[in-house]
Design a protein around this ligand. Structure first.
Ligand code: AMP
Length: 114
């Protein structure tokens, strides 16, 4: 399980965030330092440390991915396309040790990512 991160506190409602969607499994909120016109994070309520946490299940990953699709649609970025990113570990650029999917949209994305 993950350490008690700022995302765990957001999931518990102890720290405010600009929440755009929530259900019994996850919370989606706007990134505080957006890298695109629309930048939303989707996190599980369970404090999973990331993709490689042994407690991260296919069911959780599938739910988070489907919520990304829903949130992107509701945010109005789906028609033009968007990017979903999960940074995993140090080389992946993960800075918060709580599993999160980034949804980025509202502009064209470059490839390869930096
Ligand atoms: P990563 O580098 O993949 O771990 O992404 C962490 C993301 O969390 C970054 O894009 C940060 O801007 C974002 N972030 C950090 N703290 C907060 C916060 N309190 N509310 C919203 N987003 C945050």
């Amino acid at each position: 399980m993950a350490e008690d991160t700022i995302f765990a506190k957001i999931a518990r409602g102890e720290i405010s965030a600009d929440i755009v969607y929530e259900d019994e499994v996850c919370v989606a909120f706007r990134d505080i330092n957006p890298q695109a016109p629309t930048h939303i994070l989707v996190i599980p309520r369970d404090p999973l440390s990331g993709l490689t946490d042994p407690a991260t299940t296919p069911e959780t990953l599938g739910h988070l991915a489907s919520v990304c699709v829903r949130v992107a649609h509701e945010a109005g970025i789906a028609d033009d396309g968007y990017r979903v990113v999960v940074n995993a570990g140090r080389n992946g650029g993960q800075s918060v040790a709580h599993l999160h999917f980034h949804i980025l949209g509202g502009r064209a994305m470059a490839w390869p990512p930096g």
